[in-house]
Every structure is written in structure tokens, then in C-alpha cells.
Design a protein around this ligand. Structure first.
Ligand SMILES: Cc1cc2nc3c(=O)[nH]c(=O)nc-3n(C[C@H](O)[C@H](O)[C@H](O)COP(=O)(O)O)c2cc1C
Length: 352
């Protein structure tokens, strides 16, 4: 197959991957309505391109967390990249590093945080807070010691979503698949049932106080991932969070939840420039990125897109997917008359 875009990779990955692993990567929850909407919400937005703007040079340079970045892309945290390729998150890390792109590493990664930070690109650590706060504190300390540049605490899994798809196929993690960020000295972790691990350890009792608790553990910037409401966004800013990931967990948690791209304008209006915003969910095209930035996101994170590249061709596959998205963004920015990310404003979108 001629792999020209992210959808080509998605299809090729579906053909190559074992069915159950593919379902874990691709699937949503319940009736998959939010999973579907994450895509079509982007497609519904119509662009109003500007003409005659001299677009011979287009720069993707972006500032996030007071640092210049080559582009607005980040890798979103996704559990267990080794289900896609034996090199797992290391392949993703090397590909991201070749673009100078930050990678948000999942608590449930199948390569350890220390091996990933050794690659040398910016690594942010995604944290699930466990009932056992001592365990979570150990994980945070490890991430800090490994050199992670930020913590991203995921708040949209107070309880596991209705993963009927995984129950139907009796999804289990292979015993050989490591979850090295969870290993504690003197204990062994049973990885077999991810659903069980989540049910037993994720804490449904989390509140805003936990941001203060995290703050007491580290001076690293703290991002809150999984906000969809303007009032929660304001509360995150008030709680001293450095940024928000506007996200519905890629349609993997609450079915019929609003899509991030629909939620973004109200969140941006509420928080203005008090706090930075990254959007994830459904990004498959350069136009999706352009729309998210135009509506107020400072960056976008990619969940499944790099996973499809990984499954098809390891590091090279991820690198190609990232190249495709960079090229598409540059192309559509030029077509919209924009030479820099700062020129992406809401008037590029009809009725915004
Ligand atoms: C296979 C898979 C595993 C995921 N694991 C995590 C995780 O461990 N932590 C987390 O915060 N989000 C996780 N997510 C959600 C992503 O970070 C992100 O919100 C979502 O994938 C974005 O949507 P997209 O896949 O359409 O780009 C996962 C997503 C996928 C597809």
C-alpha cells in the first residue's frame, strides 16, 4: 500500500496487528459515539482561507512552557506501545526526538521512564494517581529523577469507562509485557489484567486537593489532562496548574462526552492566557491541527496516529507519520495564507 496519510497507516496497522491488540488501540467505549464524533467534529468545521499573503516561508515554530519548540506537536500518553512493536515507546521516543518533539510518557508505558529520558528529547510524565499515595509519590520521584520536564496528571478516569469491546474479546495484557514504571522494590506486579489493575489501583476519590499534594512533591510544571468544561479549566488555573490538556481520552472514557475541539472555544474564553492549552483527540490531518490552534490551543497531542506508524514500521513508521502531519500542517497553513502559528486565529473558521 502507498502510505500517504494517517488513514493509510491506520488501515495498514489494522491488517498487521493481532486483532485483540488492535482493538485495544483503536476502540472506544460503549457505542463509540465520542470516538466517532472526535473525527467528525473536526470535519464539520469549514475553513475561510486568506489569499495573497506571501506564503513562500511557513514556520511551525511554537512556544510551549516558555520554550521555543520546532512545532506544536506532542506525543500523547498511550499505554503499552510494545503491543504495537517490540521496541515500544523507545521507537516512538527516537522518532519524536528527531523532530525535537516532547513525548508525554504514560504511567503504563512498556519501556521505563529512565530508558525514555535517556533518548534526550523533552519527556513529560503522565501520572495516574493511585489509591496508595505512597506508590504514586514513588512514581513521581522516579519521573523527576529521570529528568522529566513536566507532570501531566490524568483526571478523566475516576472510574474505568465502559470498555465493552475489551470485555467481549477478553482482552488481557501478555504476561511478558512489562509495565516497568510500576515495579517497586520488593514487590512484583501482576500485569495480566489491565482492567483489573485500573479498577484496583486508580483512585475514584481524587479532588482538587490532589493538585496541592502533587505540588508538595515536586516543582515541575503540572498539567491537568482530561478537562472539557470552562469552569474546571478556570479551577485548574486557580489551583496553580501550568497547563490543561483538553481531552476526552480519545473517546475511551465517557461515551457521548463533548469533543475537545467543540469544548475548546469556551475553555479559551474562560482562561485566556492564564494557562496553556494542549488539545488531543481525533487528530489525523494537518487541517485538524490548524483548527485546534486557530481556536486557541497552544499545541496538539497525538494519540493513535503515531501508534499506527509504530505498528506498521517501528521507529521509521512513527517518523513517517510525524513527517506527514508536519508536511500537511505546513501545506494547509500556506493555503490559508498563514506563515506562522501566531497567525492562526478563529476567523479562519466559519461561524467562530
Ligand atoms: C491505546 C491507548 C492508550 C492510552 N493510554 C493512556 C494513558 O495511559 N494515559 C492517558 O492519560 N491517556 C491515555 N490514552 C489517551 C491519549 O492520551 C489521548 O488522550 C487520546 O489517544 C487522543 O485521541 P487520538 O487517539 O484520537 O489522538 C490512551 C489512548 C490510546 C489510544
Amino acid at each position: 500500500m502507498n502510505l500517504l496519510n494517517v488513514y493509510d497507516y491506520e488501515q495498514a496497522a489494522a491488517e498487521i496487528m493481532p486483532k485483540t491488540y488492535h482493538e485495544y488501540y483503536a476502540g472506544g467505549v460503549a457505542d463509540n459515539l465520542t470516538l466517532y464524533e472526535n473525527r467528525v467534529a473536526f470535519d464539520r468545521l469549514k475553513l475561510l482561507p486568506r489569499i495573497f499573503r506571501d506564503v513562500s516561508q511557513v514556520s511551525l515554530e511554537t512556544e510551549i512552557m516558555e520554550e521555543k519548540r520546532p512545532s506544536p506537536f506532542l506525543i500523547a500518553p498511550a499505554a503499552m506501545h510494545k503491543l504495537g512493536h517490540p521496541d515500544g515507546e523507545l521507537a516512538t521516543a527516537r522518532a519524536a526526538a528527531s523532530f525535537g518533539m516532547p513525548q508525554i510518557l504514560s504511567t503504563l508505558s512498556s519501556v521505563s521512564v529512565e530508558e525514555i529520558t535517556a533518548v534526550g528529547h523533552p519527556v513529560w510524565f503522565q501520572l495516574y494517581i493511585f489509591r496508595d499515595r505512597g506508590w504514586s509519590a514513588e512514581i513521581v520521584q522516579r519521573a523527576v529523577a529521570a529528568g522529566c520536564e513536566a507532570l501531566v496528571v490524568t483526571v478523566d478516569v475516576p472510574v474505568q469507562g465502559l470498555r465493552e469491546n475489551l470485555k467481549r474479546i477478553n482482552f488481557s495484557v501478555p504476561a511478558s509485557l512489562p509495565l516497568p514504571n510500576l515495579t517497586r522494590s520488593g514487590s512484583s506486579q501482576d500485569n495480566k489484567s489491565l482492567l483489573k489493575l485500573v479498577d484496583e489501583n486508580f483512585d475514584p476519590g481524587l479532588t482538587w486537593q490532589d493538585i496541592n499534594w502533587l505540588r508538595s512533591l515536586t516543582d515541575l510544571p503540572i498539567w491537568v489532562k482530561g478537562i472539557l468544561r470552562a469552569d474546571d479549566a478556570q479551577q485548574a488555573a486557580d489551583a496553580g496548574a501550568n497547563g490543561i490538556v483538553v481531552s476526552n481520552h480519545g473517546g475511551r472514557q465517557l461515551d457521548t462526552a463533548v469533543t475537545p475541539i467543540e469544548a475548546l472555544p469556551a475553555i479559551k474564553t474562560a482562561v485566556g492566557d492564564q494557562i496553556e492549552l494542549i488539545l488531543d483527540g481525533g487528530i489525523r490531518r494537518g487541517t485538524d491541527v490548524l483548527k485546534a490552534l486557530a481556536l486557541g490551543a497552544n499545541g496538539v497531542a497525538l494519540g493513535r496516529a503515531p501508534l499506527w506508524g509504530l505498528a506498521v514500521n517501528g521507529e521509521t513508521g512513527v517518523q513517517h507519520v510525524l513527517q506527514i502531519l508536519h508536511d500537511e500542517l505546513r501545506n494547509v497553513m500556506a493555503q490559508c495564507g498563514c506563515t506562522a502559528v501566531a497567525e492562526l486565529t478563529p476567523d479562519l473558521i466559519l461561524n467562530s
